[in-house]
Write a protein that binds this ligand. Structure first.
Ligand code: NDP
Length: 479
């Protein structure tokens, strides 16, 4: 099935007629073509967005809200089609696409459809000076949204929903590796009555299509989720043009387990936080630190549970671990397993590619647990972004805090303990943007989402996202 760009409310081939193969990770076969769009396609999308901006920015909040909620309802009505497409394009288990990815994409539109009607600005009375100040929150204009392949429609809509809710028009690029659900979305946008040009979806490679969005002088803000080195490159290109930037980047998140936690709950959740979506979630707890007194028990129980996970075809309902997203990503993760061996890491389980009968060319890898002797080894410091976790024991709260913070990333951390004071102490001191205690990836869309250090700049979610996608203008009136 061939994919097309969605520009000005209709589908188009790329102007220069360049295409990229789209692979099905479950069997390694090409199943369609994706546009490899260039600057001329981005210019076309920008012009459509610019033409739509005046009217859309003046559209009432109730009307914008109504359209966003309609998009959400249509996604829910077409759930199965989107679920199948996401699973096929990405390799993720169909059960995950059905329980998480597509429902969350629908929630993103519903949430920001509601949030925009509650988005208020401030006023300040300058007492004794006979003046009042009020703040206008104005849409920026045409903005760019660039998203990765791991949670394709989920993260794509997490950006475009607040952008359009706030009255902007958008030029958006999903990952070229997983373009399918963003492509299908166009039809739903039309059915929901989104005016043409408000959202334009252009497909292609990062360093051509994505780069053309970032380089466009009149696209005034960029919301990007992806790798840290890509984020650094985007920041460099955008800085001389003074673009507003939101960068959600990589992570190497600690999962810190104390002996006083609810053990069974912790064990079950740690399986999920380690290997959900084949470990390809920026929030996965890829560094597991366990208090020494329960380390041996945890190691045995955890490995036993991981061995029971079924690596299988994504379309099978009992598959726990589907395919990795691409051949090159599979090779990268395998390289890290080799690095672990060179660094004297002990592979407690996994470590091998899996050949599934009938799908031998798919990109499958066993969930892998590696015991490390030091937290400073490469596999404990660098983002692998696959089904690989490290485990090691710790003795004191202070020791584990030092190790948790001793990475360049700062996205999220998970704590397992029933000691409230300890939870609060560590939450204060962990160098991350998000802390979960006794749970993982529980999301309330009103809360700020994002990281510090090499995990990014800015926050998404709730009013933070609406603030990013608007400019604050203060008006001072003397009376
Ligand atoms: P990449 O950085 O490779 O790509 C992300 C997006 O940017 C893709 O659409 C990509 O296009 C595009 N891109 C690549 N180069 C450029 C460029 N020069 N200019 C503009 N756009 C460009 O990341 P991945 O897709 O590999 O995603 C995995 C990464 O994303 C991991 O590091 C992960 O931690 C991070 N991530 C962070 C999250 C967070 O919220 N902090 C959430 C999810 C993932 P193309 O794919 O076509 O090359």
């Amino acid at each position: 099935m061939n994919i097309q760009n969605y520009i000005n409310g209709s589908y188009h081939n790329p102007i220069q007629n360049n295409w990229i193969d789209n692979y099905n990770p479950s069997n390694g076969e090409v199943y369609g073509q994706t546009p490899n769009s260039t600057k001329v396609d981005i210019d076309k999308a920008y012009n459509a967005a610019k033409s739509a901006f005046r009217q859309w920015s003046q559209t009432t909040l109730e009307e914008r809200s109504r359209i966003l909620i309609k998009i959400s309802e249509l996604l829910e009505a077409n759930l199965d089609r989107f679920v199948e497409a996401e699973s096929k394009d990405n390799g993720k288990p169909i059960s995950l696409a059905k329980s998480v990815d597509i429902p969350r994409a629908a929630s993103n539109f519903r949430f920001f459809g509601n949030a925009i009607t509650q988005f208020a600005s401030e006023s300040h009375e300058s007492v004794g000076q006979n003046a009042i100040n009020y703040t206008l929150r104005q849409p920026i204009g045409v903005v760019g949204c660039i998203s990765p392949w791991n949670l394709p429609l989920y993260l794509f809509t997490w950006k475009i929903a607040p952008a359009i809710a706030a009255g902007n028009c958008v030029v958006a690029k999903p990952s070229e590796v997983t373009p399918m659900t963003a492509y299908l979305l166009g039809k739903i946008l039309n059915e929901a009555g989104l005016p043409k040009g408000v959202l334009n979806i252009v497909h292609g490679l990062g360093n051509t299509t994505g780069q053309a969005i970032v380089e466009h002088p009149d696209i005034k803000a960029i919301s990007f989720t992806g790798g840290t080195s890509t984020g650094a490159h985007i920041a460099k290109v955008a800085a001389p043009m003074f673009k507003k930037l939101s960068l959600e980047l990589g992570g190497k998140n600690p999962n810190i387990i104390f002996a006083d936690c609810d053990y069974d709950d912790m064990l079950e959740t740690t399986v999920r936080s380690s290997f959900a979506n084949q470990g390809q979630i920026c929030l996965c707890g890829s560094r597991i630190f366990v208090e020494a007194s329960i380390y041996e028990k945890f190691k045995t129980d955890f490995v036993e549970k991981i061995k029971q996970l079924k690596v299988g075809h994504p379309s099978e309902s009992d598959t726990n671990i589907g395919a990795l997203v691409s051949k090159s990503h599979l090779e990268k993760v395998k390289d890290y397993i080799n690095i672990a061996k060179e660094e004297n890491g002990v592979i407690l389980c996994g470590g091998n590619e899996v050949k599934i009968k009938g799908f031998e060319n798919g990109y499958y890898l066993e969930p892998t647990v590696i015991e490390v002797k030091t937290d400073e080894c490469r596999i404990n410091q660098e983002e692998i972004f696959g089904p690989v976790v490290t485990i090691m024991p710790f003795n004191t709260e202070d020791d584990v805090l030092q190790m948790a913070n001793k990475v360049k990333y700062g996205l999220s951390a998970t704590l397992w303990t029933n000691n409230l004071k300890r939870t609060m102490r560590l939450s204060n001191q962990l160098q991350v943007g998000i802390v979960w205690a006794n749970t993982w990836m529980m999301r309330d869309l009103r809360t700020p989402f994002g990281g510090i250090k090499a995990s990014g700049v800015g926050r998404e979610g709730g009013f933070e996202a609406l603030r990013f996608f608007t400019e604050a203008k203060n008006v001072c009136i003397k009376y």
